[in-house]
Write a protein that binds this ligand. Structure first.
Ligand SMILES: CC(C)(COP(=O)(O)OP(=O)(O)OC[C@H]1O[C@@H](n2cnc3c(N)ncnc32)[C@H](O)[C@@H]1OP(=O)(O)O)[C@@H](O)C(=O)NCCC(=O)NCCS
Length: 194
């Protein structure tokens, strides 16, 4: 049975081949990749799906700044092993990670992806919210979601990488609690609404 678990450092060796299979080496030229250059994924929000020792899926989040000082998250890449796509792994990973991000008080998530897939999670046009990326992107695929209602209010500007620096003490203690809970959550169950 597939299990959602936190990504560990040793999983990187399995994740890269999956990303290569799903996106090819062209991925490194994309604006979202350029933003992530020199950053580390946020450990508490980076999950994999494994079945026995086989990696089935990965999702990662990165710290970004919108405009001058608004901290936010960049979601991606998410990739599911081609022969296991369409089983609900993608939906489960996104729902789980967004819930953890909300529990940890992150406010805003952006991504570049197909709106037809991401609208089910509440993502809408980022360009229409006066956000921009520091490189080429198809406007319709640049998406944003508020994790707390109203958190985009007054927020506008260009996204840059980095920024979620020293964690507020409250968030750190909740990170530790959440990490423990997720480590225990080893069974995979698609949400009823998926
Ligand atoms: C996109 C991806 C992460 C979705 O994960 P998944 O586990 O296959 O998807 P789920 O099983 O959770 O959901 C399947 C549903 O999403 C739909 N879907 C999948 N990709 C979609 C897309 N790009 N646009 C619109 N709908 C999409 C499927 O048609 C299916 O719909 P149905 O349930 O009505 O049949 C996965 O297919 C994948 O890794 N694709 C290649 C890499 C990629 O494109 N990553 C996303 C970059 S933003």
């Amino acid at each position: 049975m597939p299990q959602i678990i936190h990504e560990r450092p040793e999983d990187a060796a399995l994740i890269e081949p999956l990303l290569e299979k799903c996106f090819g080496s062209e991925r490194f030229k994309k604006t979202a990749y350029k933003i992530r250059e020199k950053l580390e994924p946020i450990r508490e929000l980076s999950f994999i799906v494994k079945e026995s020792d086989k990696l089935l899926a990965t999702i990662r989040y990165w710290p970004i700044i919108i405009g001058k000082h608004t901290e936010a998250l960049l979601l991606g890449p998410i990739a599911v092993e081609p022969e296991r796509q369409g089983e609900g792994l993608g939906v489960s990973l996104i729902r789980k990670s967004l819930q953890v991000a909300k529990d940890l008080d992150y406010q805003i998530v952006i991504l570049v992806g197909d709106p037809e897939y991401y609208e089910q999670f509440g993502f809408t046009s980022a360009a229409e919210n006066n956000l921009s990326l520091p490189g080429p992107v198809e406007d319709r695929r640049f998406l944003v979601k508020e994790l707390t209602s109203g958190s985009l209010s007054g927020v506008l500007g260009t996204v840059s990488g980095g920024g979620i620096g020293p964690q507020p003490a409250g968030r750190i203690s909740r990170l530790q609690e959440t990490a423990t809970e997720i480590t225990k959550l080893t069974s995979f169950a698609p949400p009823p609404e998926a």
